[in-house]
Design a protein around this ligand. Sequence first.
Ligand SMILES: Cc1ncc(COP(=O)(O)O)c(C=O)c1O
Length: 388
Amino acid sequence: MLTGKNKITYFDNAASSWPKPEVVYQAMDDFMRNIGGNPGRSGHRVSIAAARIIFEARESLAGLFGLADSSRIIFTANATEALNLAIKGALKKGGQVITSGFEHNSVMRPLRFLEQESKVQITSIGPSQDEMVDLRLLEKAITAQTKLIVSVHGSNVTGDIAPIEKISAIAKKHKIPFLVDASQTAGCMPIDLSRLEIDMLAFTGHKALLGPQGTGGLYIKEGIELAALKQGGTGSSSESERQPDFLPDKYESGTPNTVGIAGLGAGVKYILKTGIQEVWKKKKHLRAYLLKSLGSIDRIKIYGNLQPEGLAVVSFNLGDLSPSEIARQLSEKFAIMTRPGLHCSPLAHRTINTFPKGTLRASLSNFNTSQEIDHFIKCLKKIARNPA
Ligand SMILES: Cc1ncc(COP(=O)(O)O)c(C=O)c1O
């Protein structure tokens, strides 16, 4: 948080988390000033130091996700690239794909692209009375042509959590690969891949994992073979003009974003040190306090299942005020940063009947406080009383 007259209340952590822990800034600064080599490309000291940073970040992520083999984690530029790799890789031969009704455009756009090329048919399953995905309809939608099931883990619109364990059981029963978009949950909610039957899990580095923008990754379970999105130099098997077929090199070509991965690794270490259960507990506390406080505002409509097991991400509308106008006033008059509109998730907004107007979204990180929520509520009430 900035101090003095520059102080802002940052409630847009579902877009990108901010601020980052001090160790993230330090790790990136240290790489840029004191290391700077190309990882794994040359045999000298700073090249080895750069490779070490990437290895340690991969190991930290494996630790966070309960994985014994960190080479199953592929670094990408963001969750979007990870999802493209998973979706295009798994659906190379086409077929039917089943999604939740809450997918982000980084799932829907690659799918619509493949659909336009007549490669895939898309079936999206809405929520049931008490779950984000109607499991009965999901299982009914499965055919011999179903080649992939995709579900967002935590909704970036409502903060609700999808029943991924139950979906994975259905996917396993029908021997269909299951891809989870953990963009909003990785780093703030426990995800144990040694226990969960998940075949691919996409994550982004710049949200709850507390790393910088331009980082992300994909976990690929042993036995899942994907067509790579790109080929090129890896620093390994340099005698061959063919792409290595071992992980992570098969899917990681070109000089990586080492400075970003240095920051991401530091963010993950910070989370491991704090304890993921502690982080999750605080997130749920912030969600409960935010929901309760918003509930005290007249004419407010809050979307989603409002369950305690959810993210500190809340979407709402205030009477018939436009979400963009409220967000503008919050920013300009009170220095509170929120996000109005459709949040790159038109499908989710169609599912909750808020398309095309959308909602106003407040999304908190563990660095936010209940005092900031109190301030936010006071300002929202002022805007509601005097909207002009
Ligand atoms: C649920 C979900 N999936 C995917 C993404 C895409 O993440 P990135 O911008 O890092 O590619 C986001 C980002 O907002 C998201 O919320």
